[in-house]
Design a protein around this ligand. Sequence first.
Ligand SMILES: Nc1ncnc2c1ncn2[C@@H]1O[C@H](COP(=O)(O)OP(=O)(O)OP(=O)(O)O)[C@@H](O)[C@H]1O
Ligand SMILES: [Mg+2]
Length: 356
Amino acid sequence: MSRVLLKEVTKTFRRGVVAVDRVNLEINDREFFVILGPSGCGKTTLLRIIAGLEEPDGGEIYIGERRVNDLEPKERDIAMVFQNYALYPHMTVYENMAFALQLRKLPKDEIRRRVEEAAAILGIKELLGRKPAELSGGQRQRVAVGRAIVRQPQVFLFDEPLSNLDAKLRVGMRAELARLHQRLQTTVIYVTHDQVEAMTLGQRIGVMNAGRMVQVADPLTLYNRPMNRFVAGFIGSPPMNLFTGVIQTSPLRFVTASFTIELPAGIAGSAKPEQAVVLGIRPEDVVLDQSGPVSAVVDVNEQLGNEALIYLKLEGESVIVRTSPHDAPGPGTRVRLSFDPAKIHLFDANSGSRLN
Ligand SMILES: Nc1ncnc2c1ncn2[C@@H]1O[C@H](COP(=O)(O)OP(=O)(O)OP(=O)(O)O)[C@@H](O)[C@H]1O
Ligand SMILES: [Mg+2]
Protein backbone atom coordinates (compact mmCIF):
# COMPACT_ATOMS: atom_id res chain seq x y z
CA MET A 1 0.00 0.00 0.00
CA SER A 2 1.49 3.32 -0.97
CA ARG A 3 -1.28 5.85 -0.81
CA VAL A 4 -0.27 9.35 0.25
CA LEU A 5 -2.47 11.30 2.63
CA LEU A 6 -2.12 14.99 3.45
CA LYS A 7 -4.14 16.58 6.24
CA GLU A 8 -4.31 20.36 6.61
CA VAL A 9 -0.72 20.79 5.40
CA THR A 10 0.45 24.40 5.69
CA LYS A 11 3.74 26.19 5.05
CA THR A 12 4.40 29.89 5.52
CA PHE A 13 7.79 31.29 4.55
CA ARG A 14 9.38 34.35 6.09
CA ARG A 15 7.77 37.62 4.95
CA GLY A 16 4.38 35.90 5.38
CA VAL A 17 4.27 34.11 2.01
CA VAL A 18 1.73 31.30 2.50
CA ALA A 19 3.17 28.81 -0.01
CA VAL A 20 0.90 25.91 0.99
CA ASP A 21 -2.43 26.68 2.62
CA ARG A 22 -4.33 23.94 4.50
CA VAL A 23 -4.04 21.30 1.79
CA ASN A 24 -6.05 18.09 2.25
CA LEU A 25 -5.42 15.38 -0.31
CA GLU A 26 -5.60 11.62 -0.66
CA ILE A 27 -3.55 10.05 -3.45
CA ASN A 28 -4.41 6.42 -4.11
CA ASP A 29 -2.07 3.48 -4.23
CA ARG A 30 -0.53 3.20 -7.75
CA GLU A 31 -2.20 6.36 -8.91
CA PHE A 32 -0.59 8.80 -11.37
CA PHE A 33 -1.53 12.03 -9.64
CA VAL A 34 -0.66 15.42 -11.15
CA ILE A 35 -0.41 18.67 -9.20
CA LEU A 36 -1.08 21.51 -11.64
CA GLY A 37 -0.95 25.25 -11.12
CA PRO A 38 0.69 28.51 -12.21
CA SER A 39 4.21 29.51 -11.26
CA GLY A 40 4.55 30.30 -7.56
CA CYS A 41 1.34 28.57 -6.44
CA GLY A 42 3.19 26.21 -4.07
CA LYS A 43 3.63 22.99 -6.10
CA THR A 44 7.34 22.48 -5.42
CA THR A 45 6.92 23.39 -1.77
CA LEU A 46 4.16 20.79 -1.39
CA LEU A 47 6.27 18.13 -3.10
CA ARG A 48 9.29 18.98 -0.94
CA ILE A 49 7.11 18.69 2.17
CA ILE A 50 6.03 15.18 1.08
CA ALA A 51 9.68 14.30 0.43
CA GLY A 52 10.74 15.61 3.83
CA LEU A 53 13.01 18.32 2.38
CA GLU A 54 10.82 21.09 3.78
CA GLU A 55 9.15 21.09 7.17
CA PRO A 56 5.48 22.14 7.26
CA ASP A 57 4.22 24.55 9.94
CA GLY A 58 1.18 22.42 10.44
CA GLY A 59 -0.61 19.33 9.22
CA GLU A 60 0.12 15.65 8.83
CA ILE A 61 1.64 13.54 6.07
CA TYR A 62 1.12 9.81 5.67
CA ILE A 63 2.89 7.54 3.17
CA GLY A 64 1.39 4.07 3.13
CA GLU A 65 0.26 3.45 6.68
CA ARG A 66 3.02 5.50 8.28
CA ARG A 67 2.83 9.04 9.57
CA VAL A 68 6.09 10.42 8.17
CA ASN A 69 6.21 13.94 9.68
CA ASP A 70 9.11 13.00 11.93
CA LEU A 71 10.98 10.82 9.43
CA GLU A 72 14.07 11.92 7.50
CA PRO A 73 13.77 12.03 3.68
CA LYS A 74 15.80 8.84 3.33
CA GLU A 75 13.46 7.00 5.70
CA ARG A 76 10.32 7.90 3.73
CA ASP A 77 10.81 5.40 0.90
CA ILE A 78 10.29 7.95 -1.86
CA ALA A 79 12.42 8.99 -4.84
CA MET A 80 12.32 12.48 -6.24
CA VAL A 81 13.25 13.66 -9.73
CA PHE A 82 14.11 17.35 -9.71
CA GLN A 83 13.47 19.90 -12.43
CA ASN A 84 17.22 20.45 -12.97
CA TYR A 85 17.95 16.66 -12.64
CA ALA A 86 20.71 17.34 -10.04
CA LEU A 87 23.05 14.67 -11.47
CA TYR A 88 26.55 14.42 -10.00
CA PRO A 89 28.77 15.86 -12.75
CA HIS A 90 31.95 13.95 -11.78
CA MET A 91 30.23 10.54 -11.81
CA THR A 92 29.36 8.37 -14.79
CA VAL A 93 25.77 7.52 -15.59
CA TYR A 94 26.30 4.13 -13.94
CA GLU A 95 27.72 5.71 -10.79
CA ASN A 96 24.93 8.28 -10.66
CA MET A 97 22.33 5.55 -10.80
CA ALA A 98 24.15 3.26 -8.37
CA PHE A 99 24.99 5.91 -5.78
CA ALA A 100 21.89 5.74 -3.56
CA LEU A 101 22.09 1.93 -3.53
CA GLN A 102 25.76 2.00 -2.50
CA LEU A 103 24.84 4.30 0.39
CA ARG A 104 22.30 1.70 1.43
CA LYS A 105 25.07 -0.90 1.26
CA LEU A 106 23.27 -3.20 -1.15
CA PRO A 107 25.38 -6.09 -2.52
CA LYS A 108 27.40 -5.19 -5.65
CA ASP A 109 25.67 -7.67 -7.94
CA GLU A 110 22.22 -6.53 -6.79
CA ILE A 111 23.21 -2.92 -7.59
CA ARG A 112 24.49 -3.96 -11.02
CA ARG A 113 21.29 -5.91 -11.72
CA ARG A 114 19.02 -2.98 -10.78
CA VAL A 115 21.03 -0.37 -12.71
CA GLU A 116 21.18 -2.53 -15.84
CA GLU A 117 17.48 -3.30 -15.66
CA ALA A 118 16.55 0.40 -15.28
CA ALA A 119 18.97 1.32 -18.08
CA ALA A 120 17.28 -1.25 -20.34
CA ILE A 121 13.79 0.06 -19.55
CA LEU A 122 14.92 3.62 -20.35
CA GLY A 123 17.03 2.74 -23.38
CA ILE A 124 20.28 4.18 -21.96
CA LYS A 125 22.43 1.03 -21.63
CA GLU A 126 25.02 2.36 -24.03
CA LEU A 127 25.36 5.56 -21.99
CA LEU A 128 26.34 3.99 -18.67
CA GLY A 129 30.03 4.90 -19.03
CA ARG A 130 29.46 8.57 -19.91
CA LYS A 131 29.47 11.64 -17.68
CA PRO A 132 26.40 13.96 -17.53
CA ALA A 133 28.20 16.67 -19.54
CA GLU A 134 28.40 14.22 -22.46
CA LEU A 135 24.62 13.75 -22.61
CA SER A 136 21.75 15.58 -24.32
CA GLY A 137 18.94 17.09 -22.23
CA GLY A 138 16.65 14.17 -22.94
CA GLN A 139 19.35 11.64 -22.01
CA ARG A 140 20.05 13.45 -18.74
CA GLN A 141 16.36 13.38 -18.00
CA ARG A 142 16.33 9.61 -18.48
CA VAL A 143 19.30 9.19 -16.15
CA ALA A 144 17.51 11.23 -13.49
CA VAL A 145 14.46 8.98 -13.83
CA GLY A 146 16.70 5.90 -13.84
CA ARG A 147 18.30 7.02 -10.60
CA ALA A 148 14.82 7.13 -9.06
CA ILE A 149 13.70 3.77 -10.50
CA VAL A 150 16.63 1.74 -9.12
CA ARG A 151 15.60 2.67 -5.60
CA GLN A 152 12.25 0.87 -6.06
CA PRO A 153 10.49 3.42 -3.87
CA GLN A 154 6.90 3.34 -2.66
CA VAL A 155 6.26 6.72 -4.30
CA PHE A 156 7.89 8.70 -7.13
CA LEU A 157 7.87 12.47 -6.86
CA PHE A 158 8.47 14.36 -10.11
CA ASP A 159 8.98 18.14 -10.15
CA GLU A 160 8.48 19.42 -13.72
CA PRO A 161 10.87 16.79 -15.12
CA LEU A 162 10.18 17.70 -18.76
CA SER A 163 10.34 21.48 -18.61
CA ASN A 164 13.95 21.70 -19.83
CA LEU A 165 13.29 19.65 -22.96
CA ASP A 166 12.30 20.97 -26.37
CA ALA A 167 8.67 20.58 -27.41
CA LYS A 168 9.05 17.45 -29.50
CA LEU A 169 11.17 15.60 -26.97
CA ARG A 170 8.71 16.59 -24.27
CA VAL A 171 5.86 14.88 -26.10
CA GLY A 172 7.96 11.73 -26.56
CA MET A 173 9.11 11.62 -22.94
CA ARG A 174 5.54 12.23 -21.79
CA ALA A 175 4.41 9.01 -23.44
CA GLU A 176 7.43 7.21 -21.99
CA LEU A 177 6.57 8.29 -18.47
CA ALA A 178 3.01 7.04 -18.94
CA ARG A 179 4.35 3.69 -20.15
CA LEU A 180 6.81 3.53 -17.29
CA HIS A 181 4.03 4.05 -14.78
CA GLN A 182 1.99 1.24 -16.37
CA ARG A 183 4.98 -1.02 -16.11
CA LEU A 184 6.15 -0.18 -12.60
CA GLN A 185 2.70 0.23 -11.03
CA THR A 186 4.03 2.65 -8.43
CA THR A 187 2.31 5.72 -7.02
CA VAL A 188 3.47 8.87 -8.85
CA ILE A 189 3.02 12.48 -7.79
CA TYR A 190 3.91 14.69 -10.71
CA VAL A 191 4.14 18.49 -10.55
CA THR A 192 3.71 20.66 -13.63
CA HIS A 193 2.40 24.06 -14.71
CA ASP A 194 1.65 22.66 -18.20
CA GLN A 195 -2.02 21.80 -18.45
CA VAL A 196 -1.55 19.59 -21.53
CA GLU A 197 0.98 17.48 -19.64
CA ALA A 198 -1.41 17.32 -16.69
CA MET A 199 -4.39 16.28 -18.82
CA THR A 200 -2.47 13.61 -20.74
CA LEU A 201 -0.59 12.06 -17.81
CA GLY A 202 -2.83 12.41 -14.79
CA GLN A 203 -5.37 9.82 -13.73
CA ARG A 204 -6.45 12.61 -11.42
CA ILE A 205 -5.28 16.21 -11.24
CA GLY A 206 -5.17 18.56 -8.27
CA VAL A 207 -5.31 22.18 -9.41
CA MET A 208 -3.52 24.61 -7.09
CA ASN A 209 -3.80 28.37 -6.90
CA ALA A 210 -2.10 30.61 -4.33
CA GLY A 211 -1.28 27.72 -1.99
CA ARG A 212 -4.77 26.22 -2.02
CA MET A 213 -5.88 22.97 -3.63
CA VAL A 214 -8.75 24.36 -5.69
CA GLN A 215 -10.19 21.26 -7.37
CA VAL A 216 -9.23 17.59 -7.48
CA ALA A 217 -10.78 15.52 -10.26
CA ASP A 218 -10.12 13.36 -13.30
CA PRO A 219 -9.12 15.28 -16.45
CA LEU A 220 -12.51 15.21 -18.16
CA THR A 221 -14.39 16.39 -15.08
CA LEU A 222 -11.95 19.29 -14.75
CA TYR A 223 -12.48 20.15 -18.38
CA ASN A 224 -16.25 19.77 -18.46
CA ARG A 225 -17.21 20.92 -14.99
CA PRO A 226 -14.60 23.33 -13.59
CA MET A 227 -15.67 24.26 -10.07
CA ASN A 228 -14.67 27.87 -10.37
CA ARG A 229 -13.52 30.53 -12.73
CA PHE A 230 -9.83 29.96 -12.03
CA VAL A 231 -9.91 26.29 -13.06
CA ALA A 232 -12.12 27.18 -16.05
CA GLY A 233 -9.56 29.66 -17.32
CA PHE A 234 -6.50 27.54 -16.52
CA ILE A 235 -7.50 24.24 -18.14
CA GLY A 236 -7.87 24.18 -21.91
CA SER A 237 -5.84 25.52 -24.79
CA PRO A 238 -6.77 27.92 -26.24
CA PRO A 239 -8.48 28.95 -23.02
CA MET A 240 -12.19 29.13 -22.34
CA ASN A 241 -13.84 32.39 -23.47
CA LEU A 242 -15.00 34.31 -20.38
CA PHE A 243 -17.45 37.24 -20.47
CA THR A 244 -18.54 39.38 -17.55
CA GLY A 245 -22.20 40.44 -17.51
CA VAL A 246 -25.43 40.19 -15.55
CA ILE A 247 -28.28 37.72 -15.32
CA GLN A 248 -31.79 38.89 -16.20
CA THR A 249 -34.86 36.80 -15.54
CA SER A 250 -38.13 36.39 -17.53
CA PRO A 251 -36.89 35.63 -20.02
CA LEU A 252 -33.70 34.17 -18.53
CA ARG A 253 -30.76 35.77 -20.28
CA PHE A 254 -27.16 36.89 -20.00
CA VAL A 255 -26.45 40.51 -20.87
CA THR A 256 -23.13 42.26 -21.55
CA ALA A 257 -22.38 45.63 -23.11
CA SER A 258 -21.81 43.91 -26.47
CA PHE A 259 -24.40 41.09 -26.67
CA THR A 260 -27.39 39.42 -25.06
CA ILE A 261 -28.08 35.70 -25.19
CA GLU A 262 -30.97 33.65 -23.90
CA LEU A 263 -30.08 30.98 -21.41
CA PRO A 264 -31.67 27.54 -21.06
CA ALA A 265 -33.99 27.19 -18.06
CA GLY A 266 -32.33 26.04 -14.86
CA ILE A 267 -28.79 26.99 -15.88
CA ALA A 268 -28.49 29.98 -13.59
CA GLY A 269 -28.80 27.89 -10.42
CA SER A 270 -29.19 30.18 -7.46
CA ALA A 271 -28.32 33.35 -9.42
CA LYS A 272 -30.52 36.37 -8.68
CA PRO A 273 -31.75 38.98 -11.20
CA GLU A 274 -29.04 41.55 -12.01
CA GLN A 275 -26.40 39.39 -10.29
CA ALA A 276 -22.96 39.93 -11.84
CA VAL A 277 -21.79 36.67 -13.40
CA VAL A 278 -19.06 35.36 -15.69
CA LEU A 279 -20.20 33.24 -18.62
CA GLY A 280 -17.67 30.72 -19.93
CA ILE A 281 -17.78 28.92 -23.26
CA ARG A 282 -14.96 26.83 -24.77
CA PRO A 283 -13.70 27.67 -28.29
CA GLU A 284 -15.13 24.40 -29.67
CA ASP A 285 -18.58 25.21 -28.22
CA VAL A 286 -18.93 28.50 -30.12
CA VAL A 287 -20.56 28.00 -33.54
CA LEU A 288 -20.47 30.16 -36.65
CA ASP A 289 -24.22 30.58 -37.12
CA GLN A 290 -25.89 33.15 -39.45
CA SER A 291 -28.85 33.47 -37.12
CA GLY A 292 -26.76 33.52 -33.90
CA PRO A 293 -27.28 36.29 -31.31
CA VAL A 294 -23.64 37.47 -31.18
CA SER A 295 -22.10 39.63 -33.89
CA ALA A 296 -18.32 39.78 -34.25
CA VAL A 297 -15.55 40.62 -36.70
CA VAL A 298 -12.73 38.22 -37.56
CA ASP A 299 -9.39 39.59 -36.36
CA VAL A 300 -6.91 36.78 -37.04
CA ASN A 301 -7.38 33.30 -38.34
CA GLU A 302 -4.91 30.54 -37.51
CA GLN A 303 -4.94 27.60 -39.89
CA LEU A 304 -3.60 24.47 -38.21
CA GLY A 305 -4.50 21.96 -40.91
CA ASN A 306 -6.68 19.72 -38.76
CA GLU A 307 -8.61 22.70 -37.38
CA ALA A 308 -8.66 26.46 -37.51
CA LEU A 309 -8.67 28.91 -34.62
CA ILE A 310 -10.51 32.14 -35.32
CA TYR A 311 -9.84 35.15 -33.11
CA LEU A 312 -12.75 37.58 -33.25
CA LYS A 313 -13.48 41.02 -31.83
CA LEU A 314 -16.82 42.21 -30.51
CA GLU A 315 -16.98 45.72 -29.06
CA GLY A 316 -14.59 45.61 -26.13
CA GLU A 317 -14.24 41.84 -25.98
CA SER A 318 -12.55 39.07 -27.90
CA VAL A 319 -13.64 35.52 -28.64
CA ILE A 320 -11.78 32.47 -29.86
CA VAL A 321 -13.62 29.91 -31.99
CA ARG A 322 -12.31 26.46 -32.91
CA THR A 323 -13.65 25.38 -36.25
CA SER A 324 -13.09 23.12 -39.21
CA PRO A 325 -10.12 24.15 -41.39
CA HIS A 326 -12.48 24.54 -44.35
CA ASP A 327 -14.80 27.19 -42.98
CA ALA A 328 -12.45 29.73 -41.49
CA PRO A 329 -13.59 33.20 -42.64
CA GLY A 330 -10.84 35.72 -43.45
CA PRO A 331 -9.83 38.77 -41.39
CA GLY A 332 -12.34 41.62 -41.43
CA THR A 333 -15.34 39.38 -42.16
CA ARG A 334 -18.40 40.09 -39.98
CA VAL A 335 -19.92 36.87 -38.69
CA ARG A 336 -22.61 35.79 -36.25
CA LEU A 337 -22.03 33.30 -33.47
CA SER A 338 -24.10 31.17 -31.16
CA PHE A 339 -23.09 29.27 -28.02
CA ASP A 340 -23.99 25.60 -27.53
CA PRO A 341 -26.47 26.00 -24.64
CA ALA A 342 -25.52 22.65 -23.09
CA LYS A 343 -21.88 23.78 -22.85
CA ILE A 344 -22.31 27.13 -21.13
CA HIS A 345 -20.56 27.59 -17.77
CA LEU A 346 -21.71 30.24 -15.30
CA PHE A 347 -19.67 31.59 -12.40
CA ASP A 348 -20.38 34.19 -9.75
CA ALA A 349 -18.41 37.31 -10.72
CA ASN A 350 -17.29 38.00 -7.15
CA SER A 351 -16.53 34.63 -5.59
CA GLY A 352 -15.74 32.88 -8.90
CA SER A 353 -17.76 29.81 -7.82
CA ARG A 354 -19.63 27.76 -10.37
CA LEU A 355 -23.38 28.44 -10.46
CA ASN A 356 -24.64 25.70 -12.84
N1 LIG B 1 12.80 29.01 0.58
C1 LIG B 1 11.87 29.95 0.38
N2 LIG B 1 11.84 31.10 1.09
C2 LIG B 1 10.89 32.03 0.92
N3 LIG B 1 9.88 31.92 0.03
C3 LIG B 1 9.83 30.80 -0.73
C4 LIG B 1 10.82 29.75 -0.60
N4 LIG B 1 10.51 28.76 -1.49
C5 LIG B 1 9.40 29.18 -2.13
N5 LIG B 1 8.97 30.39 -1.68
C6 LIG B 1 7.77 31.12 -2.11
O1 LIG B 1 6.66 30.27 -1.93
C7 LIG B 1 5.77 30.37 -3.01
C8 LIG B 1 5.59 28.98 -3.65
O2 LIG B 1 6.80 28.59 -4.26
P1 LIG B 1 6.97 27.21 -5.04
O3 LIG B 1 8.39 27.08 -5.41
O4 LIG B 1 6.37 26.12 -4.22
O5 LIG B 1 6.05 27.46 -6.31
P2 LIG B 1 5.83 26.55 -7.62
O6 LIG B 1 4.36 26.37 -7.74
O7 LIG B 1 6.68 25.35 -7.56
O8 LIG B 1 6.30 27.53 -8.79
P3 LIG B 1 7.09 27.18 -10.19
O9 LIG B 1 6.05 26.68 -11.14
O10 LIG B 1 7.60 28.53 -10.59
O11 LIG B 1 8.17 26.19 -9.88
C9 LIG B 1 6.33 31.42 -3.94
O12 LIG B 1 5.69 32.63 -3.64
C10 LIG B 1 7.80 31.44 -3.58
O13 LIG B 1 8.33 32.70 -3.84
MG1 LIG C 1 8.28 24.66 -8.73
